[in-house]
Design a protein around this ligand. Structure first.
Ligand SMILES: [Zn+2]
Length: 193
């Protein structure tokens, strides 16, 4: 008696659930596909990179820039860095694989810089791809970090990815990339399928 009823339910309930939920599952799948197809809800890593542009100025601690402007603020702002353009605009820098160095390394701040990067629509942050500073002679130098033992570049302060030894800030005389003067999409053409 006890085994008959549960056995009956075990057969019916899963079938009922399956048929009842199938349309919902299919609808969810269709909605998901639509989302991917339109690109509006695509994963962040699949977003196209906006055209690369040149940003000039000096990178500053936002707290210092606010103090200069007489704007009261609280300590939570203390780590934010921003590019201060010649016009006095502050563009916050995203701490990502390349922008992070400006948070870590005060040697990169309060000096003339040229940054190749981009801003995404709807976000205030500058996402940096290349960093140029200027030496005492005013010559433009591509700026990154370097391990003399392993001869590999790095883009933030950390032990060498290879030998775990110290790395140094490196300056190499170099012109700005040519693609900055080209059509915006030219630089990405080879990366697109
Ligand atoms: Zn190394």
């Amino acid at each position: 008696m006890m085994s008959g009823l549960p056995s009956h339910l075990n057969q019916v309930v899963p079938m009922y659930c399956f048929t009842a939920w199938l349309p919902a599952c299919v609808m969810t799948a269709i909605l998901s596909l639509n989302g991917i197809a339109t690109g509006d809800d695509a994963a962040p890593e699949s977003l196209p990179t906006p055209p690369k542009k040149l940003f000039q100025g000096k990178v500053v601690l936002v707290t210092e820039a606010l103090e200069e402007r007489g704007i009261k603020h609280y300590p939570e702002m203390k780590d934010q860095v921003a590019l201060e353009t010649p016009d006095g605009e502050l563009i916050p820098i995203l701490s990502d694989w390349r922008g992070r160095a400006f948070y870590q390394d005060e040697r990169l701040r309060n000096r003339k810089v040229e940054l190749v990067g981009f801003r995404r629509e709807g976000l205030p942050y500058l996402q940096i791809l290349m960093v140029f500073t200027f030496n005492d002679e005013g010559e433009r130098t591509y700026t990154d970090y370097w391990c003399d033992i392993c001869s590999i570049p790095m883009y933030e302060i950390k032990p060498c990815e290879c030998c775990q030894g110290p790395i140094r800030l490196r300056f190499q005389k170099q012109d700005l990339p040519d693609y900055l003067d080209d059509a915006p999409s030219a630089g990405d053409a080879t990366e697109s399928p």
